[in-house]
Design a protein around this ligand. Structure first.
Ligand code: SF4
Ligand code: SF4
Length: 428
């Protein structure tokens, strides 16, 4: 579909018209907080989308610049009294931008690299694990010190990427057979292992499975599962996103699982979006609905199914950093906090602005490093004020962004996932 046709689909125009221009979303928007420009606010971007749909402005220029600077954090959706589905508006706007051919050479190169990552890396677990082994070697050889000397002289996206790399753990999750229940059996669940999470945060996946086992669940890993599609959607590649969605729906169809669980807020929001994404494909409509009805974030699931709470003591002052796609996209706010409070010894402290993005937003921090760093610095100032020794998250991108934020702000704090802390309390 041509760009202008995408922007004139009835659903898109109806969603635009839901905006009553009240401006209540402006204080929630991180890019507006940094730039104080109407065009970098949700209301301003919606006005640009309407102008582009009506042919009053070109897609190249202001529309492209301000839509690309949006983090897609969806904090504006939570703030909006009129129920504007901004995330869906942004998806369509980015799909329209992807149709625009006249890009600068620099953008073409960036998009080419992005496409290689999306199509030739993220959907392939073996390639990602191989890459993780390479990064492990790089860390073992002490090259990060050399990189820290060289990188300030190179583009800031590379500095960000290097800073985000956590210590690599090569003890990948064994996906060859189901993990048995380690307590009286309560049921059978499927685990969505993710792509970056599986290769670069193996400890988070192992902890997720162990906590489920401790609570009586047999955990299955359907073999044909692939990348969720969040990165493809963020870059406007809707057709590829649909293909990944179909593959995952088919992969999880067998097995009669009680739930399909993910430990990454970004992946969960994408998986829960399959019904909308495939709404005009009759062969997949009902399959997508059945799939989505079973998808749960691990925090959401465990908050209701913590049959055997941990008894070990973990003495820590913990600040929880919300994932935007968990908080605003899935409206999961209380469960991770409830799980952290269930750990004996944990003192949970809140941020002043828990609803603000950390600047990760998929690969936004690599594509828009200047804005991402400003958003991150504001977040780290809030984290510093919490005076915690552990920063807990529930999303891959936020985890890696916090690893970078801690280094950038010079904080003495450890980054962890909620389930890692929970699992630690089963083995004090
Ligand atoms: S998604 Fe986030 S960055 Fe984008 S307009 Fe909404 S609040 Fe602002
Ligand atoms: S809060 Fe909602 S209705 Fe008001 S300006 Fe923002 S998007 Fe429009």
């Amino acid at each position: 579909m041509a760009a202008i046709e995408l922007l004139n689909q009835p659903d898109f125009r109806r969603r635009l018209d839901q905006c009553i221009h009240c401006g209540l979303c402006l204080p929630a928007c991180p890019t507006y907080a940094v730039n104080q420009l109407e065009t970098d606010s949700p209301r301003g971007r919606i006005a640009l989308m309407r102008a582009a749909a009506e042919g009053r402005i070109e897609l190249e220029g202001a529309f492209e610049e301000h839509v690309e600077l949006c983090l897609g954090c969806r904090a504006c959706e939570t703030a909006c009294p009129s129920g504007v589905q901004y995330g869906l508006l942004l998806e369509t706007a980015r799909a329209a931008l992807a149709q625009v051919k006249q890009r600068s050479n620099r953008k073409r190169v960036a998009e080419f690299l992005q496409q290689i990552g999306l199509r030739n890396l993220l959907p392939y677990r073996r390639r990602l694990r191989l890459l993780a082994r390479g990064v492990w070697l790089y860390q073992c050889l002490g090259l990060p010190r050399l990189a820290r000397w060289i990188l300030p002289r190179l583009p800031s996206a590379l500095t960000t990427m290097e800073g985000m790399i956590p210590p690599i753990d090569l003890n990948f999750l064994d996906l060859s057979q189901p993990a048995p229940a380690l307590a009286p059996r309560r049921g059978k669940v499927a685990f969505f292992v993710g792509c970056v999470q599986d290769a670069f945060l193996a400890g988070v996946n192992r902890a997720t499975v162990r906590v489920l086992q401790h609570n009586g669940y047999e955990v299955h890993f359907p073999r044909a599962q692939t990348c969720c599609n969040a990165a493809a959607l963020h870059s406007g590649d809707v057709e590829f996103a649909r293909m990944l969605a179909r593959r995952n729906i088919d992969a999880f169809a067998e097995g009669d699982f009680e739930a399909i669980l993910t430990n990454a807020g970004g992946c969960g929001a994408a998986l829960k979006g399959y019904e909308h994404l495939l709404a005009d494909e009759p062969a997949y409509m009902s399959k997508a609905r059945a799939f989505v009805s079973k998808v749960k974030d691990i925090n959401e699931f465990l908050a209701d199914h913590l049959h055997h709470p941990p008894t070990g003591y973990v003495q820590a002052r913990v600040v929880y950093v919300d994932s935007c796609h968990l908080r605003h996209g899935q409206k999961v706010v209380g469960p991770p906090r409830a799980l952290l409070r269930a750990i004996p010894g944990v003192e949970l402290v809140e941020l002043q602005q828990p609803d603000m993005c950390c600047g990760s937003a998929g690969i936004y921090n690599l594509l828009q490093p200047e804005m991402a760093n400003q958003v991150l610095d504001a977040k780290m100032a809030d984290v510093r004020a919490a005076n915690a020794n552990i920063i807990a998250t529930a999303n891959t991108g936020c985890y890696l962004q916090m690893v970078y934020g801690v280094k950038r702000a010079g904080l003495n704090a450890t980054v962890t996932h909620v389930v890692e802390l929970l699992e630690r309390a089963y083995h004090p």
